[in-house]
Design a protein around this ligand. Structure first.
Ligand code: BEZ
Length: 394
């Protein structure tokens, strides 16, 4: 894959930059107070479980490092954002102004994350986004102090479109919650699907977090497409997949999606999800020593199998560690710290990746199939997929 110069991964510059920073950094870490990390995540509502997995993943990585990053203890603060964009500015300011955190980590919901990105730009606070895919965060709102450990909404939508094209489907209907994540996933899907010769007949939407799907399922039955693409996540995804099956559609029209449709919710979906195919930057059963070690440790520590959200939380901590290690915990060396956060390759359970100049992961997208209680990897949809970062000027 080729990249325009402004988006080219700068991983090759890392060793020199990191070595220089380490050589010149004073050993401030020993007597310095803890680095304050503020989690802004949902702990109530449709996305509560997703927020919980992100925090678990983040904390596990810090514990693996002996509780310190760059030689400094980590002190946690937390705000429940309720996945409510109307409360987002007040909520993020609780962390930035009241708690005076050094770094904000959040969130799940794109609409909430957009407000957080604006607040981070205004206050110059470091923001690591561990899920929300709003394209604008690494597009028009991109900034040196903002990075993402997850994806842009365009990416998994595009990868699902490639997957549907490879399966030979020609006529699709899309269905999603009508906010940035759904709209941008739908756009990514349509871009790849139509490039591959398919046509999206209709986009059906409902407001977030509404789960009254019946009227839309009736419309899908009437339209009779070859395939349905859906973006839902968390508790809403669990209900959608069950309702789709109960309406008798699973037998006649294949349902595909970005992998959020089946990640972390397979227990709740039961037989309704069996055989479903999705595309995502993580899958169960990636058989690498790194992923196997991560999954074993997570299962031992939390008595749970990790999901994509846990991986993204874990990697958010890895990105912060890359920055703090480069400056030996000296937050005053801000530019060197931010540069290292952006340029250090991340040794993720999903596979190694780098961040583009705009701050979004350049990563492989897997094809997954639900078997039992796992989203098993069955192939690759797109390798090293970079978000186009439209509108990012830095
Ligand atoms: C989002 O709002 O960006 C989002 C929420 C859940 C899963 C994936 C994306």
């Amino acid at each position: 894959m080729t990249f325009p110069p402004s988006l080219r991964p700068a991983a090759l510059l890392v060793p020199l930059a990191a070595a220089l920073a380490l050589a010149t950094a004073p050993a401030v870490a020993q007597n310095a107070p803890p680095v304050k990390v503020g989690f802004m995540l949902p702990s109530t509502g449709t996305f509560a479980a997703l927020g919980d997995m992100i925090e678990k993943g983040f904390r596990m990585y810090v514990q693996e490092q002996g509780g310190k990053l760059g030689g400094r203890e980590i002190q946690y603060f937390r705000v429940d954002d309720e996945s409510d964009p109307s409360k987002a500015t007040d909520n993020v300011n609780r962390l930035i102004k009241r708690d005076q955190v050094d770094v904000v980590v959040g969130t799940v919901h794109s609409g909430v994350a957009l407000a957080m990105a604006r607040a981070a730009r205004e206050s110059n606070t470091i923001l690591i986004v561990p899920n929300a895919g709003a394209d604008a965060i690494t597009g028009p709102l991109c900034a040196p102090n903002i990075v993402r450990s997850s994806f842009s909404n365009w990416q998994p939508g595009y990868a699902a479109g490639v997957m549907a094209t490879q399966k030979g489907y020609k006529r699709a209907v899309s269905i999603y919650w009508n906010y940035a994540a759904g709209q941008e996933s739908g756009k990514g899907f349509a871009e790849a699907f139509e490039k591959g010769g398919g046509k999206v007949l209709k986009e059906l939407t409902l407001p977030f977090p509404n789960v009254e799907f019946q009227a839309l399922l009736t419309e899908i039955a009437a339209l009779k497409p070859d395939v349905v693409f859906a973006f839902f996540a968390g508790a809403g995804a669990a209900k959608f997949v069950k309702d789709y099956d109960a309406a008798g559609l699973k037998r006649t029209i294949p349902l595909v999606g970005s992998g959020f449709l089946t990640d972390g919710v397979l227990e709740a979906q039961g037989d309704s999800a069996q055989g479903m195919m999705t595309a995502l930057h993580y899958a169960d059963g990636i058989n690498t020593p790194r992923n196997n070690q991560f999954r074993t440790r997570f299962a031992v520590q939390y008595k749970l199998n990790p999901d994509v959200y846990a991986v993204q939380g874990y990697d958010a901590a890895q990105i912060l560690a890359a920055g703090l290690n480069a400056v030996k915990g000296d937050l005053k060396q801000r530019d060197a710290m931010l540069a290292a956060m952006r340029k250090t390759p991340i040794d993720s359970p999903r596979g190694r990746y780098t961040l583009a100049a705009a701050g979004n992961p350049i990563q492989d997208f897997y094809i997954r199939e639900v078997k039992g209680r796992e989203n098993l990897m069955t192939g690759i949809s797109v390798k090293v997929l970079a978000d186009p970062a439209r509108g990012c000027r830095m």
